[in-house]
Design a protein around this ligand. Sequence first.
Ligand SMILES: Cc1cc2nc3c(=O)[nH]c(=O)nc-3n(C[C@H](O)[C@H](O)[C@H](O)COP(=O)(O)OP(=O)(O)OC[C@H]3O[C@@H](n4cnc5c(N)ncnc54)[C@H](O)[C@@H]3O)c2cc1C
Length: 489
Amino acid sequence: MISIPSFSDLRLRVLNSGGVNPDGGYILYWMISARRMTWNFALQRATDWARQLGVGIVILEPLRCDYPWASDRLHRFVIEGMIDNAKAATLPGVTYFPYVELKIGNGRGLLEAVASHASLVVTDDAPHFFFPRMLQAAAEKLPIRLEAVDSNGLLPMDAADKTYPTAYAFRRLLQKALPAFLDDRPDEAVRLAPDVTRPKIPPNVLRKWPMADLSGLLAPNGLSNLPIDHQVCPVSIRGGTVAATEQLQDFLEQQLDHYQELRNSPDHDATSRLSPYLHFGHISPHQILEDLACHETWDSSRLSLETRGKKSGWWRMSPSAEAFLDELVTWRELGFNLYRHQPGPEDWTTLPEWAKNTLQQHADDERPTVYTLEQFRDALTHDPLWNAAQRQLLREGRIHGYLRMLWGKKILEWSPTPRLALEIMLELNNRYALDGRDPNSTSGVTWCLGRFDRAWGPERRIFGKIRYMTSANTARKTSVTSYLERYAE
Ligand SMILES: Cc1cc2nc3c(=O)[nH]c(=O)nc-3n(C[C@H](O)[C@H](O)[C@H](O)COP(=O)(O)OP(=O)(O)OC[C@H]3O[C@@H](n4cnc5c(N)ncnc54)[C@H](O)[C@@H]3O)c2cc1C
């Protein structure tokens, strides 16, 4: 009794040898990274099974308190998303179970308890952060079938079988492989049989693991008793699918036309700002492509047949839309590809050989300026533009995309060693950025150390052959006047 997936089977992995429980009362969707009720292949898989077995679904969306860098900022963003999901899940046949762990370890046993009444468990496939370890542990514990579904990108992660050294090489793969997957989109809405009743969570489970009081947690001081980092405060960007969709519409209507021309200008701030929503799974790349295609009156029959890896012209959309898709698809999915095929890519040893060699050769170069992690954190360098970028990170949980490169390059220049620079970048990015702890956190940070790049001349002190950037050049090439004023203090 196996259900055939209603999407490419490259997106589906069965993680254990457990069978389908014939006495199960529901399908359990364990929502861990694609935290949304729309455009979600894993949710679609759960509903496909539910229709086949004539049962409803329970959606368990947990939030642990002991993951690295857990903070008020990240918790609030996720809980705002949970509120949207709770509203969207009021459908016949669906029970939404939000769980927020209040003390470390309280959530232990919850998945097994809810799964013990289920036919099988479907979850999100995620190649990074603590997810692979958590999925493996769940696969070992659960006696019933556990399926992981990849909703991360337009190209299924398993459509590639190796890593790619450059965006150019990965773009060539995309241009060959992607057309076969572009019309394979997840359902926009949940589809269940109309007469299915809403599953009940057993009372003993709810007594031990009560459903989260989401609005209470968002009230003033609602998070204060949780063992998470309270120094990293919430930001004004609201989390969740509703805010993500508004942000997308706003970008398409107001900014997209200028994206090609102004995306590198911190003063204009013309990028989409969708990365936090993509990171927490509040929005799907498929939804973004669909709305963009609608805005551009485009469909996949317009794709170019060329596969030479050219940056523009392949989609046959406007230059701005092409530039945006190169970031959203080529660069973003390159990070997922890296994590799928290169274990632990945040580790120094996984950098390209040429980059490690040149950085090692210059590791003992005299460093006229060196800062500690705390000085970087508190934006106490001598460089006003770097400090402004760091203040934006502290205050808003983001750095303008162009300045993010400068931010990383200067940490390399002003750290005692390149290995320490890697640690400092990961620590600051992952603690303060809403979109941190993502495959693209690691690809962005390690790009500053040569990943996905080539050797550049002239060879310089500290950097060796690694691409070099300066604040003066950045300020000359783009406009930072109002940016500097905004983040002066
Ligand atoms: C040092 C450093 C650290 C970074 N850390 C992160 C991070 O923690 N999380 C993260 O998502 N991105 C990271 N990036 C990549 C990039 O800077 C951000 O994705 C981008 O600035 C997000 O802003 P946006 O959503 O407005 O992007 P847009 O320009 O609107 O692009 C649309 C989407 O494409 C993707 N994207 C854009 N640029 C890149 C890129 N260079 N690499 C990979 N994907 C990209 C993002 O998902 C983004 O939301 C980092 C880059 C550097 C140099």
